[in-house]
Design a protein around this ligand. Sequence first.
Ligand code: DHK
Length: 147
Amino acid sequence: MQVQRLLLLNGPNLNRLGQREPETYGTDTIEDIINKVKEVAEEHSFQLEHFQSNHEGELIDKLHETEGEISGVVFNPAAYTHTSVALRDAVASITAPVIEVHISNVHQREEFRHRSMLAAVCAGQVVGFGTDGYRLATLGLIEKIIN
Ligand code: DHK
């Protein structure tokens, strides 16, 4: 049997984690997050692929490429969460379940961060648990895939 794969997908400015507004996003770098998610994935016999981009089209292409290849996606669309109909449509177009993650509690922040364009087409959402949210989202995603 082939090993199932998960995709960890990170949107704009998340390559700056560790240096970027640590009071809001903590001090973990994107490498720290990849390592934590990889650990959870491998504990459950899944392989992990990671992709980060600051460009909407590249994120859309990566979502399309999951078809037939990836069993589930943990996705922090970052600022595109609040603006991107194109990313919403990309998530809706694929068969793999997608869990939306936000490091900060977006509901305690500016009004424009309260709305997610993607939430309605995602299988679940994890918000406000800091970078640990990625680990929690991965566990939830694996549960959905195997059950
Ligand atoms: C990350 C961002 O870059 C923001 O644009 C979102 C999200 C919140 C987060 O909390 O992970 O509004």
